[in-house]
Design a protein around this ligand. Sequence first.
Ligand code: DQA
Length: 149
Amino acid sequence: MKFLIINGPNINMRGKCEPDIYGAKTYEDLVDFVKEACENEQVEAEFFQSNHEGAIVDRIQEAYGVFDGIVINPAAYTHTSIAILDALKAVALPAVEVHISNVKDREDFRRVSYAGMACVKTFMGLGFEGYAEAVRYLKWYINNVSSTH
Ligand code: DQA
């Protein structure tokens, strides 16, 4: 089983700014952490981070026929991007949404998630652990839900 792990804008700045919201660990720490979570689940993983909406759309499109599922933290594009929502719908791969912080407890504009509308589950407010939960859930979902449809 092969997952694409997508992180959106400013996730590459983790550990360098807003540690009160996102913690002190870096994007490199995040990749190491998620790699280990994937290894524990015998899942192959590829990582992609971009600050550009179109690049994220391109990467989602390229995932079609290559990956079994997507774990995505679209970051600020969560709340604005119909293009990312449409790309997820277009490839129709099972996807799980992750947010490091609890977006529901923050500004009102973070309450809408367009990408989340194309995801089978969302984990938020769990820090990096949310990505590990997402990997485990996605594996379970592919084995138990999407395979029976
Ligand atoms: C985020 C939450 C978003 O609202 C914010 O724009 C981010 C990070 C999170 O992981 O908590 O950049 O997706």
